[in-house]
Design a protein around this ligand. Structure first.
Ligand SMILES: Nc1ncnc2c1ncn2[C@@H]1O[C@H](COP(=O)(O)OP(=O)(O)OP(=O)(O)O)[C@@H](O)[C@H]1O
Ligand SMILES: [Mg+2]
Length: 510
C-alpha cells in the first residue's frame, strides 16, 4: 500500500508539470497556427479580389454584362469561393454569377454589404467560417463595388489535423514522461522502501536485517547509517542477552549451592545424632558400667571410639564448610593478641609434634601485637595449617616454623614444615574441598580433605588471602595475609554480620 502510494505520488510529481506544459504548449501553438492560417487565407483572398477587381473594371465601366458574367463564373470555379457580387455605385447588384442572376438590381441587406458599399478601400470581415472581402471599383470616380465570400471550412480540416498531430505528440511525450517518472520514482522510492522493509524486519526481531548500499548519494548514506544503527542495536541486544544469561546462570548456581549446602547441613545433622549415640554407648562400655571387658573387647571399643571421633570431625568440617559457602556465618570481631593466639594453637599440637620428633619454632614480629579477627576462626585457620604441617612431617621429623610479620596494614602469617612436600602438579588442588593431592598416601595420613578449603574460606571472610609453596620431598610453606583492622560493613556488638547469625565451632578446638 505504502509502496504504491510513494511510487504513485513521485510519478505524479514528474508527470503533472509535463501535462501542464503540454496543455499550455498545445493551446498556444494551436492559437498561433490558426491565426497564421487565417492571415494567409486572407492575404490570398485579398490578392484574388485585387486581380478580379482589376479584371472587371472595364466591363463594369461599360456595363458589359456578358463579360462580367464570364469573369464571375470563372472566379466561382475556385472551390473556396462561395459567392461573388458585382455592385454599381449605388450598391445594387449587377451580377451575382448565378444563372438567373437572382439578386439583380437588389440592394443586399446584410451588415457587411451595407458597410462595404460605403468603404473606399478593401474591406475584410470574418463571420461564421466565411471570409467576406470587398473592394471599391474606382476609375477616376467610384463606379461600383465587388464583394467575394470565401469559405474557411477547409481550415477546420487543417486545424483538426493539427489537433490530431498535437494530441499524438502530446501522447508520446506523456508516455515518455510516465516512463521516466516511474523510473525516477522507482530509483528514489526503492531505497526508502528497502529501508522500511529492513526496519520492519528488525521490528519483527530479525536483527541481522541490513540494507544494500547501491549508491554513494544521500540515499546510500542513509542506508549506511541505518546499517550502523542496526549493528549497534544488535550488539547491545546481544550484550543484554549475554548479561541476562549470566545473571540467570548465577542465580541458578547460587540456588544450587544453597540447595547443596542445605542438603549437606541436614545430612550432617542427621548423621551426628546416631553417631553421638554410638559414641555415648561406646564410652559406657569403655567405662565398664555394665560389666568387665576382656582385652580384645576393650581394644575394639577403643577402635569404635577413635573411628567415631574421626567421623564426627568430618561431619563437623562438612557443616562448617557448607555454612561458610552458603554465607550462613557471622564473624565476632575482637582484638586478639597474635603471640597469645600462636602459643595457644601450638599448645594443641605440640605433644603430637614431639611424639614424631618435630620441633616447633616461632618467629613473631615485635611490632605485631593485636589484630582484629574472630578469635575462634583465627585459631581454626592456624590450627588447620599446623595440623597439616605436623601430619605431613610425621615419620620425617624436622622443624615447623610459624612466622608472623606486620606488613603495612596487613599481618603476614606462615607455617613452614620440612615434611613430605607437594608435587608441582598437585598445587592447584590444595584448596578444593575433598581434594587430597595423593589420595593413596593422604588416606594413610587420615583426614577428609576439607581443612584447607575451610581455611581459605575463613581467611577470605576476614578479607585476607592464602597461598602455598612447596618442594616435593623437602617441605611446604602456607602463607596467609589478614588485615590488621576489619572493615566494618555492618557492626552489631563488635561483630560483622555476613548473613544469618550462625556460629560454628570447629570441633577440634573445643
Ligand atoms: N603441610 C603439608 N604438606 C604436604 N601436603 C599437604 C600439606 N598440607 C596439605 N597438604 C595436602 O593437601 C591435602 C588437603 O589438605 P586438607 O587440610 O584440606 O585436607 P586433609 O588434611 O587431608 O584433611 P582434613 O584437613 O580435612 O582433616 C592434604 O591431603 C595433603 O595431601
Ligand atoms: Mg588438614
Amino acid at each position: 500500500m505504502v509502496k504504491q502510494n510513494l511510487i504513485y505520488r513521485l510519478t505524479l510529481l514528474a508527470i503533472v508539470p509535463v501535462v501542464l506544459s503540454l496543455a499550455v504548449f498545445g493551446s498556444v501553438s494551436y492559437g498561433i497556427f490558426k491565426e497564421k492560417l487565417i492571415q494567409e487565407r486572407t492575404e490570398e483572398a485579398k490578392y484574388f479580389t485585387e486581380h478580379f477587381s482589376d479584371d472587371i473594371k472595364n466591363p463594369l465601366y461599360f456595363l458589359e454584362l456578358d463579360k462580367l458574367n464570364i469573369l464571375v463564373n470563372n472566379l466561382k470555379k475556385n472551390p473556396h469561393v462561395l459567392s461573388v457580387y458585382v455592385m454599381d455605385s449605388n450598391g445594387r447588384v449587377i451580377t451575382d454569377g448565378t444563372p438567373e442572376n437572382k439578386f439583380y438590381n437588389q440592394t443586399l441587406n446584410d451588415e457587411f454589404s451595407k458597410k462595404c458599399i460605403k468603404c473606399n478601400e478593401m474591406f475584410v470581415e470574418i463571420d461564421n467560417n466565411i471570409l467576406h472581402i470587398s473592394a471599391p471599383e474606382i476609375i477616376t470616380e467610384r463606379i461600383g463595388t465587388v464583394r467575394i465570400d470565401f469559405s474557411l471550412k477547409e481550415l477546420d480540416i487543417v486545424l483538426a489535423n493539427l489537433i490530431a498531430f498535437l494530441a499524438m505528440l502530446g501522447a508520446i511525450i506523456l508516455m515518455a514522461a510516465i516512463f521516466i517518472g516511474i523510473y525516477i520514482s522507482n530509483s528514489v522510492s526503492k531505497p526508502i522502501i528497502n529501508l522500511r522493509d529492513a526496519a520492519g524486519e528488525i521490528a519483527r526481531g530479525n536483527l541481522g536485517a541490513r540494507m544494500e548500499i547501491k549508491s554513494e548519494d544521500e540515499l546510500g548514506e542513509l542506508a549506511g547509517a541505518f546499517n550502523t544503527m542496526a549493528e549497534d542495536l544488535q550488539k547491545s541486544i546481544d550484550e543484554r542477552k549475554r548479561t541476562e544469561k549470566i545473571r540467570l546462570e548465577n542465580e541458578r548456581l547460587i540456588l544450587a549451592n544453597k540447595t547443596k549446602a542445605d542438603f549437606l547441613s541436614m545430612m550432617s545433622h542427621e548423621l551426628r545424632t546416631p553417631l553421638n549415640g554410638i559414641m555415648g554407648y561406646s564410652q559406657l562400655l569403655k567405662q565398664k558400667m555394665s560389666g568387665d571387658l576382656n582385652e580384645k573387647q576393650e581394644h575394639y571399643v577403643d577402635k569404635v571410639l577413635i573411628s567415631g571421633e574421626r567421623l564426627l570431625n568430618i561431619i563437623e568440617d562438612i557443616l562448617n564448610l557448607t555454612s561458610v559457602e552458603a554465607g550462613n556465618i557471622e564473624l565476632f570481631i575482637e582484638n586478639i593478641s597474635v603471640p597469645d593466639m600462636i602459643d595457644d594453637t601450638i599448645s594443641i599440637v605440640k605433644d603430637r609434634a614431639a611424639a614424631h620428633n618435630i620441633v616447633m619454632k616461632k618467629e613473631i614480629d615485635a611490632r605485631l601485637d593485636l589484630i582484629e579477627a574472630d578469635r575462634l576462626k583465627f585459631k581454626q585457620i592456624l590450627f588447620n595449617l599446623l595440623d597439616n604441617a605436623v601430619k605431613f612431617s610425621r615419620g620425617k621429623g624436622g622443624a615447623i616454623t610459624i612466622t608472623a610479620k606486620k606488613e603495612g596494614d596487613m599481618a603476614r602469617f606462615s607455617v613452614s614444615d620440612e615434611g613430605i612436600g607437594i608435587k608441582e602438579e598437585d598445587m592447584g588442588k590444595l584448596f578444593k574441598p575433598f581434594e587430597q593431592v595423593d589420595s593413596g598416601s593422604s588416606r594413610h595420613y587420615g583426614g577428609a580433605g576439607l581443612g584447607l578449603a575451610i581455611t581459605k574460606k575463613l581467611v577470605e571472610l576476614h578479607g585476607g588471602s592464602i597461598t602455598a609453596e612447596s618442594r616435593f620431598g623437602e617441605g611446604s610453606t602456607f602463607t596467609f595475609l589478614l588485615p590488621l583492622v576489619q572493615k566494618k560493613v555492618e557492626s552489631n556488638n563488635n561483630s560483622i554480620i555476613l548473613d544469618k547469625a550462625q556460629v560454628l565451632y570447629h570441633n577440634k578446638l573445643k
